[in-house]
Design a protein around this ligand. Structure first.
Ligand code: FES
Ligand SMILES: [Fe+2]
Length: 322
């Protein structure tokens, strides 16, 4: 249900449930599940007014909402949980984390599509420096726009932390960092996956996958609800690892929140003053801005840019240079 009461615009989330109805916490106007105003206490009547409602799909542990044309709501567009290790046999996921961003959702998408920030914003991630200057492979992979960064690197402290010293091996291995953009509302980043390829050291058993999931829900033009989860398919019963992973996950996302809030604070001044300096590592972010703009155009929502919805800086930048 649209979250602001039509009477004095009090947030309905601050009200309470009365049976299945929502009662506004200010003057008690009460709305039935389909939005109809069924009680105005000061009059003892209902009203013909209907508060807008939106379709949701509950798919544990997340709830998915479609705020566009309700006739176009298509549950099949929800990310396939088997691809992200969520609620799957053989996988374990953290409890969902929530962060409130004082920044537009696009800044979070930009952040996740350019992981060269790892070495600078997240110094706790050992091996982050290796990602700063790597090759990029871009591809449309199923439902996603995928960026892969292959790196040849030795075993790091981060590997030790994830997999335990028991599977440590000396030598160089091929490590891939993969980011999958499923849409403006959902991105999956993988912790670097160590893979065996010819010419590199063999990778021992016991090395698995960790995904960091990012649920991105615009709240206003310049604020965002940020939901985070991690999933993994190894050391499933190791609660110590779960706890340590949760702590590093919270720290990492908080660092991004701080950075994005700082960017948003001066963004309007900055874009008025100088053009964004886009470089090679921005290619994915720029491609993705184009994809989002295409989706907005398709829904005839391009006028939302900068006012509501994604609040894009610009859909596609100038040619990406060095
Ligand atoms: S603001 Fe909700 S009842 Fe008055
Ligand atoms: Fe980050």
């Amino acid at each position: 249900m649209y979250g602001l009461c039509p009477h004095r615009y009090f947030p309905l989330a601050q009200g309470k449930l009365v049976g299945d109805n929502i009662q506004c916490g200010y003057h008690g106007f009460t709305f039935a599940p389909k939005g109809k105003c069924v009680l105005i206490p000061s009059q003892g009547t209902g009203s013909g007014f209907v508060q807008p409602v939106y379709r949701v799909v509950e798919k544990a542990p997340l709830i998915w909402i479609w705020m566009g044309d309700q006739a176009l709501a298509d549950p099949d567009q929800i990310v396939d949980y088997s691809e992200i290790g969520l609620s799957q046999a053989g996988w374990r996921n953290s409890d969902p984390l929530y962060f409130h961003l004082n920044g537009r959702s696009q800044l979070l998408v930009d952040n996740l599509m350019d992981l060269t920030h790892l070495a600078f914003i997240h110094p706790q991630i050992d091996g982050g420096a290796a990602i700063v200057n790597t090759k990029y492979i871009y591809e449309q992979k199923g439902a996603t726009f995928r960026v892969t960064r292959p790196m040849d690197m030795p075993w790091t402290g981060f590997h030790d932390f994830l997999y335990g010293p028991a599977v440590r091996f000396e030598g160089i291995s091929r490590v891939e960092s993969v980011t999958d953009f499923y849409g403006p509302e959902f991105i999956r980043t993988g912790s670097p996956v160590t893979i065996a390829i010819e010419g590199y050291d063999a990778v021992p058993d016991g090395i698995g996958l960790v995904y960091f999931l990012h649920g991105i829900t615009p709240e206003t033009a310049t604020t965002t609800h940020y939901f985070g989860l991690s999933t993994r398919n190894f050391r499933l019963t190791d609660n110590g690892l779960s706890q340590a992973l949760l702590e590093i996950d919270i720290l990492t996302r908080e660092q991004d929140v701080v950075a994005i809030n700082l960017v948003e604070r001066r963004l309007q001044d900055a874009v008025a003053r100088q053009q964004e300096l886009l470089v090679k590592s921005d290619t994915a972010a720029v491609r993705v801005r184009g994809i989002i703009q295409g989706m907005l155009d398709k829904e005839n929502l391009s006028n939302l840019s900068g006012e509501q919805g994604c609040g894009s800086i610009k859909a596609s930048g100038p040619e990406v240079g060095d």
